[in-house]
Design a protein around this ligand. Structure first.
Ligand code: GDP
Ligand code: MN
Length: 399
């Protein structure tokens, strides 16, 4: 899960990282008011969206008066900001953050990521941060400083000093830099983050080190133990299909094909998608309904898959270990009775209580296509979808 810049700054500040004074606003009037409250004569207005690249896309503006802030905000609120990270549909602007402008001397890049290869938290830093960081990492890969944290002992001050030295930080500011690095690392660990990024971390003309931008991403599987982080979720920034799934405790990723998949277990879901492709079809989604799939959960999954209008056949593939085939079968029957399903449904069940499951499907009197192996199920799904297509074509030709 991602959070907004202002939220990440609040978290980092609570761990001792210095940030400029700022305030959040939900309207142009409020933004102008917030600027007057903050004081000073120069501010930066920043669109709060879950994506980087806002500066280049016009989402970060320096303003010299409250009137200018008001005008700038009128051009931001309600608009979709399209940056190189949002995709063409962009992300809606419903909040802006107003900050006192800072005299920037140097812009540094600082990132903490979970490095799966070394199984460590990795620190990535560059003396040349700011908006061109992608170009720098491509053109001058050697200028990037990397270090990993040994989890048993945590981030050591000597490592922080070493990073500060490599970045060419003024020795008088080394202690501040150590504090900043330690603060980011502690925030990362404390809240089970998978990424903390400060770009730019700036050195100011008056010798301060400030996080001018901040991004944090959290491990969804650990959110249950951080309710204060879960609360920061902003659905306006998510793919509506995926957030509906998350609300229902299902793990869903939308794709571009036409065969909807309802599967238990991420590995089996991947294998199902591969088999559909092998059989000549294209999956419409990845959907893992998880371990204990009750009939209600299966029905929810059907509604979710059918909410995607490009779905022309549904393949249910369940290998019941913890799951029970009879429950899944009941769920399929319940869903087909409750939800209007006007596409072919192919069901393959294996594992615990498979006979009971098959019986429930057979006795339901519903037009469910049954299959015993995954290959057979995928071929039938692709066949049913192609059949459906040719029938539709015939209808269209006849009229
Ligand atoms: P991003 O483009 O989404 O990463 O947004 P940032 O928050 O990083 O802002 C983009 C750029 O705006 C930064 O790299 C800075 O150069 C500039 N910027 C942000 N805040 C200030 C500020 O307080 N003063 C000045 N002069 N520039 C700022
Ligand atoms: Mn940035």
């Amino acid at each position: 899960m991602d959070i907004h810049e202002y939220q990440a700054k609040e978290i980092l500040a609570s761990f001792g990282v210095d940030v400029p004074p700022g305030a959040l606003a939900y309207s142009p009037e409020q933004a102008a008011y917030r600027a007057r409250e903050l004081g000073g004569d120069r501010w930066v207005v920043k669109a709060q969206v879950h994506a980087g690249g806002r500066g280049k896309a016009g989402g970060v503006k320096v303003c010299d008066s409250d009137v200018e802030i008001h005008k700038t905000c009128e051009g931001l609120f309600g608009r979709k900001l399209v940056t190189h990270q949002t995709g063409p549909e962009g992300k809606g602007i419903y909040r802006v953050y107003v900050e006192g402008a800072v005299p920037i001397e140097r812009e540094i890049y600082l990132g903490f990521v979970l490095d799966r290869t070394s199984q460590r938290v990795m620190i990535v830093a560059s003396a040349e941060g700011g908006m061109e960081i992608e170009d720098i990492s491509a053109d001058k890969p050697d200028s990037i400083v990397r270090d990993t944290v040994e989890p048993a002992v945590g981030l050591q001050d000597f490592q922080c000093r070493q990073i500060a030295f490599k970045l060419g930080i003024d020795p008088a500011l080394t202690q501040r830099m150590v504090r900043t690095l330690q603060g980011c690392y502690r925030a990362f660990r404390e809240y089970d983050a998978t990424m903390v990024e400060v770009n730019p971390l700036v050195v100011t003309g008056d010798n301060r080190i400030l996080a001018l931008d901040a991004k944090m991403t959290f491990d969804d599987n650990a959110l249950f133990r951080h309710p204060q982080i879960s609360e920061l979720r902003d659905k306006s920034q998510e793919d509506p299909r995926e957030s509906r799934a998350a609300d229902r405790g299902l793990s869903y990723v939308g794709l571009d094909g036409n065969i909807g998949c309802i599967v238990n277990g991420a590995g089996l879901a991947m294998a199902t998608m591969d088999t559909i492709k092998l059989a000549g079809g294209e999956p419409a989604n990845f959907l893992d309904i998880g371990g204990g799939a009750t009939p209600e959960r299966v029905a929810k999954a059907f509604r979710l898959v059918l909410s995607d209008k490009s779905v022309q056949a549904i393949l249910v593939n369940i290998f019941a270990g913890i799951n029970r085939c009879d429950w899944v079968a009941e769920g399929v029957v319940q869903a087909l009775r409750e939800v209007q399903v006007d596409v072919p449904v192919i069901v393959r069940l294996a594992g615990t209580n498979v006979e009971e499951g098959q019986k429930i499907l057979a006795q339901s009197g519903l037009p469910i296509i049954r299959a015993t192996t995954l290959m057979e199920a995928a071929e039938r799904a692709v066949g049913a979808w192609q059949n459906d297509l040719s029938q539709n074509t015939k209808v269209r030709l006849a009229t």
